[in-house]
Design a binder for this molecule. Structure first.
Ligand SMILES: *[C@@H]1O[C@H](CO)[C@@H](O)[C@H](O)[C@H]1NC(C)=O
Ligand SMILES: *[C@@H]1O[C@H](CO)[C@@H](O)[C@H](O)[C@H]1NC(C)=O
Ligand SMILES: *[C@@H]1O[C@H](CO)[C@@H](O)[C@H](O)[C@H]1NC(C)=O
Ligand SMILES: *[C@@H]1O[C@H](CO)[C@@H](O)[C@H](O)[C@H]1NC(C)=O
Length: 305
């Protein structure tokens, strides 16, 4: 009930602000921190959960501020960094970690159950095939997640039951720099930071195998530096964090336009909609701004329901 009251107050307040995008920094962590990836809105958990790249941690925050500041909920053993995170079912996640050693970096995939009294982390796959940096992560079916292989290109499929990994997408559309990844049946949406591309490809909803050709929805300088993104749930659009240009870019799928809608967010890495609506973004921190930060963004045409 408190949530509902708070939300109606919030929407009353934002309505007065008019039809402009606005952004507010809600929290900033210590200098040297880097927030990397946020799980996509599922409409269920109150918490937003996100990974740290400077440390093998998952953090959470309740964006309605009822439960305090962002806090670490799990630190993975035998890992140095966390990258992609995706919600498999209510309060259950898959998370990618890196283990950077002197001789080689290896990638692991875990499930993290947050529906227990304390989180339960289970390693699903160790030394996952692919490059030393699997990055964006998206769940396709209860057993299948897909990950971007940023350093060499391609999309790696990992079976959550067996831990087996193989490359299901590669070639010209998935070159080095492929980064953000989200699935909304029937499409797998992706960005390529180096090419400046936002694209999609249809994949089979049980196997994750491609069922069509990759299609570029928007491209150009405005998308060079594109990282992860939030898919809008009320319209055909995505909100892309551009770490190189310090802004948020809206890509409209029907006409293929890509426009900067929010400026001056330092080095954002990921965005998501909250379970009660509202767009949120995290950043990687910069020397001049200090540590990683967590932002709330007002999207004028968002229609919550
Ligand atoms: C992983 O974490 C270590 C320790 O904080 C850091 O030195 C390294 O740069 C991180 N790796 C990446 C890819 O950011
Ligand atoms: C937590 O989620 C897992 C995976 O979906 C499920 O097997 C388990 O029963 C759930 N536990 C509780 C307490 O809901
Ligand atoms: C593209 O579509 C969006 C959303 O429907 C609209 O706001 C925008 O004006 C359109 N731009 C062009 C150039 O058609
Ligand atoms: C953050 O730390 C770096 C490296 O120590 C330093 O150069 C920078 O000035 C610090 N930034 C802030 C805002 O304190």
């Amino acid at each position: 009930m408190r949530v509902t009251t708070l939300l109606s107050l919030l929407s009353a307040a934002t309505a007065v602000c008019g039809q402009e995008y606005t952004a507010h920094k809600l929290y900033q962590l210590d200098n040297g921190t880097w927030l990397e990836n946020m799980a996509q809105r599922t409409g269920q958990s109150y918490y937003l959960r996100f990974t740290r790249l400077d440390s093998p941690e998952v953090m959470e925050v309740d964006p309605t501020h009822q439960h305090g500041d962002p806090r670490t909920v799990h630190t993975f053993d035998g890992a140095t960094n966390a990258t992609g995170i995706t919600e498999l079912s209510r309060d259950n996640y898959a998370v990618l970690t890196l283990n950077q050693a002197v001789d080689a970096t290896t990638v692991s995939l875990w499930t993290l159950q947050m529906n227990a009294s304390s989180p339960i982390a289970t390693k699903v796959a160790d030394k996952v095939a692919g490059s030393a940096l699997l990055n964006g992560l998206a769940v396709v079916s209860p057993n299948i997640v897909l990950a971007t292989d940023t350093l060499v290109g391609g999309i790696v499929r990992i079976d959550l039951k067996t831990g087996e990994a193989d490359k299901v997408l590669e070639g010209d559309a998935f070159t080095k720099g492929v980064n953000g990844l989200k699935y909304s049946e029937p499409y797998l949406y992706y960005t390529n930071s180096l090419e400046g591309v936002f694209g999609r490809v249809s994949v089979d909803p049980s196997t994750g195998e491609p069922t069509g050709e990759a299609e570029v929805i928007a491209s150009g300088d405005v998308l060079v530096g594109a990282d992860d993104f939030a898919l809008a749930y009320w319209t055909e659009a995505a909100f892309v964090a551009n770490f190189e240009n310090n802004n948020i870019v809206r890509v409209n799928f029907d006409n293929g336009t890509a426009e900067v809608v929010v400026k001056d967010i330092p080095a954002p890495t990921s965005a998501t909609f909250g379970s009660s609506g509202g767009l949120y973004a995290v950043t990687s921190g910069t020397g001049s701004d200090g540590g990683a930060s967590f932002w709330s963004i007002y999207v004028p045409d968002e229609t919550y329901g």
